[in-house]
Design a protein around this ligand. Sequence first.
Ligand SMILES: *Cc1c(COP(=O)(O)O)cnc(C)c1O
Length: 427
Amino acid sequence: MAQLRQVNLSTKELPDKWYNIIPDLPEPLPMPMGDKQIQNLPKMLLGECLKQEFSQERWIDIPDELQSIYAQAGRPRPLFRALNLEKKLGTPAHMYYKSEFFSPTGSHKVNTALAQCYYAKKEGFERVTTETGAGQWGTALAYGSAMAGLKCTVYWVRSVYNWKADRLDLMKMFGAEVYASPSNKTECGRKLWEKDHNHNGSLGIAISEGLEDSLNDPKAVYTLGSVLNHVLLHQTIIGLETQKQFEVFGEYPDTVIACLGGGSNFGGFAIPFLGDVLTKGKKIHFIAAQTAAAPNLQGEYKYDYADYAEFTPQLKMYTLGHTKDMVPVKGDGLRYHGCSPILSLLRNKGYIDTVAYPTDEKHVFESAKLFVRAEGWLPAPESAYSVTCAIDEALKCKETGEKKVIAFNISGHGFLDIPGYKSILGF
Ligand SMILES: *Cc1c(COP(=O)(O)O)cnc(C)c1O
């Protein structure tokens, strides 16, 4: 029998619960701060998501209907052994990657978009609003709302809106209304837009616009695609599947890697394994791959707002400051000032290591090219950071001769990001 290269699960083996790590954390998770903003929370978040945000239940049921929606979106997704890449690198390490790129819109973000749209419909809303940076979250929500029969409004960071024409059209295909942010549609956007019609925007500003829009319309609800506890909870389906798949491979990871912007794909992939470390005494090296444009895990661990205009409560997190200007990069989904509170706490306790790659993105995209030519799957620009980190770790193993098992998440595909690759690699 040839060597096992891919393991997938049957739809019957799809996890039927998400894993909530909050009760297993080494310390209680610091609560959000800010009376006015906390009072606003029930108007900002879906009821079910708000409940999950502060839940102390270790396992939370995925509703049957949502399990079936996940199956329709192609879950479970395969775990691959990167045999070609290992050979090309000449590494003794065993490399495994999870394929979140098998997604109707191109990323892992559908895992929470489908859940949030499902709850929004159940709770009687007619429209969802949001921000998007790289465009992946906006596309995922546009798709999720189409599946649930909801309207969708997206505020998209202008520096990215301007160059991702195909992704814009894909959102429109799903029926979403999309505005470049800062826009003239909201009060907080208009102030910036009037000063500079070509304002680059930022995720923080776009969040403020999405929130303001929904707060002014009782039929609309705001949704967030990263950072918050309930978003990471929904994403744990990635790591829970991966754990079952590793059992079939008969291995267990020494190193777990994912790229990190706000923390949702890193959290989704790593949290079930972090649970093993916290409750079962496993030893794993976790590495978050970031851009030097937004190395939030190297920032300060303190209370800060999640958005530019200070609509959100303050969260205890690693942050660069919520008004920080950050240079645009092609892996724009990684350009956010703060990291999820759950992951920030674990980083603060020494469980999570981090690396930040230079903003010229040459090393990252060259590594992605190597990966594509070995394995055939084109990662999203953000996922290229995860791939790069995995390759760098595998090359360290080549020097030391260690046969580490390296697991990395590929959060999305790059089919709509070829112009970004082309501008950096110059082909
Ligand atoms: C949004 C996004 C990211 C970064 O966001 P996280 O919440 O940190 O996961 C990474 N990869 C892809 C493909 C994305 O769409």
